[in-house]
Write a protein that binds this ligand. Structure first.
Ligand code: NDP
Ligand code: MG
Length: 417
């Protein structure tokens, strides 16, 4: 596990220790990117419950200015950012408190995350759009609580190298990766045989392909255990979310693709397993509530009482596990393939998936077209082993165009840039 940066790596463990000034003298100041989303509002709930330990330095959203203004009135951050210039123009300045400076665009996000008044950045924008803010924070050596898995799917090796180079800490928020991170603590890479990510199986668990051809966005958006934003909810229904998480684990923990496995666990209580060389397996259990991994990433390594739900041992009964149906949920296999190939594959798969999910939600794609189209776009791109960030951005744009051109009978033909 040469690239490991979490849990068992002594370099990481040292870097992840909180500085005594944080704990003894003042709350940690949080810059929250994606504050109006599902992870964003859960993060604010954690802050609301721990006012002595956490405060909001800045908030950023895309276009929901009214919601952002309400958050600013409650938390009084120094900065608020709207990434969308149209929303920035429309926003009623008088809805924001006088303590808050309202800014616009990617430069403003960079200003917020690199500000000396920011201790920890929560990266909770959805999609590849989250990469820029995460990158700026790591470049400035900040601690990043990473929910935006797409950052690592698109540019895992570049992002983890940057974090190591700048002495920045990258702490997982994704529940499976938080579970693995917790189980790895105190162990060396040589101790670990493999990790097993748990998957709820989504709303279509147990269904076969013919039953999925005609499912609607409304059906796919009904997740059985988690309340999340629409993109990740569709990813959970296709199992693309688990595919992205395999790639995320590959880069975050420096594991070989062969050391990562997936098991379906419908109750979403066990958030993942780590299997050690001696055959021992450690797991982390808690109800499905993102406020727990968010709080741990914000206050690591401290464990304090917070808002997250607790296991009710009176109601606790069976925990079930089953093998994923890799044939029906073809997206999962793409994750293993991309984790093995690395290079340009993550950026292409991620962009193709974002565009395909958008088309499914608009009614332009059938549910199973998402994985079909992603495979077609991935196989038609010009693979490179060590791409630059610029090359990855160009491929991201290319893959989105290819999805727009794709139809079920015709695979993309334009050469990638
Ligand atoms: P949501 O769709 O609920 O929220 C997305 C947030 O990102 C909103 O604040 C939105 O602003 C903002 N945003 C959207 N597009 C842009 C853009 N182009 N530039 C800047 N900001 C933008 O997503 P989730 O909270 O569900 O997910 C966020 C991330 O966390 C994803 O990467 C997801 O995979 C990951 N994650 C989520 C989990 C969950 O439980 N939800 C669990 C584990 C990981 P606006 O509202 O103004 O549009
Ligand atoms: Mg997850």
């Amino acid at each position: 596990m040469p690239g490991i940066i979490c849990g068992s790596d002594p370099r990481f463990t040292v870097r992840a220790m909180p500085s005594p000034t944080f704990t003894a003298q003042r709350p940690r100041r949080v810059a929250l990117l994606g504050s109006t989303g599902s992870i964003g509002t859960s993060t604010l709930d954690v802050v609301r419950h721990l006012p002595d330990r956490l405060e909001v330095a800045g908030l950023a959203a895309h276009s929901k200015w009214e919601q952002l203004a309400g958050q600013c009135r409650e938390f009084k951050p120094r900065f608020a950012v709207l990434c969308d210039p149209v929303a920035f123009k429309q926003a009623d300045r008088s809805a924001f408190p006088k303590e808050t400076e309202l800014l616009c665009g990617e430069d403003a996000v960079a200003r917020l995350v690199t500000d000396a008044g920011t201790d920890v950045v929560v990266s909770a924008v959805v999609g590849a759009a989250g990469l820029a803010g995460t990158w700026a924070a790591l470049e400035a050596g900040k601690t990043v609580a990473l929910a935006n898995k797409e950052t690592l799917v698109v540019a895992g090796p570049l992002v983890t190298e940057l974090a190591a180079e700048r002495g920045a800490k990258l702490l997982p928020v994704d529940s499976e990766h938080s579970a693995i991170f917790q189980a790895l603590t105190g162990h060396t890479p040589a101790d670990v045989t493999r990790v097993v990510l748990t998957a709820s199986g989504g709303p279509f668990r147990g269904k076969r392909a013919p039953e999925l051809e005609a499912v609607t966005p409304a059906q796919a958006l009904k997740h059985p255990t988690w309340q999340m934003g629409p993109k990740i909810t569709i990813d959970s229904a296709t199992l693309m979310n688990k595919a992205l998480e395999v790639i995320e684990a590959r880069w975050l923990f420096g594991l070989a693709a062969e050391q990562i496995d997936v098991i379906v666990h419908p109750e979403s209580i066990v958030h993942s397993f780590v299997e050690f060389a001696d055959g021992s397996v450690l797991a982390q259990l808690s109800p499905p509530d993102m406020r727990l991994p968010i709080q741990l990433a914000l206050l690591y390594p401290e464990r304090l009482g917070g808002p997250a739900k607790r296991l009710d041992w009176q109601k606790f009964s069976a925990l079930n596990f089953e093998q994923p149906d890799r044939e029906t949920f073809a997206a999962l296999e793409l994750g293993f393939e991309v984790a093995r190939s690395g290079g340009t594959c993550g950026a292409v798969l991620n962009a193709a998936n974002e565009a395909a999910v958008g088309r499914f939600l608009n009614g332009e794609f059938a549910f199973l077209d998402i994985a079909r189209c992603c495979r077609a776009v991935l196989s038609s791109h010009d693979y490179e082993t060590r791409p630059t960030l610029e090359r990855l951005k160009a491929l991201d744009a290319w893959a989105r165009q290819e999805v727009a051109r794709w139809t079920r009978t015709r695979t993309p033909v334009a050469p990638s840039p």
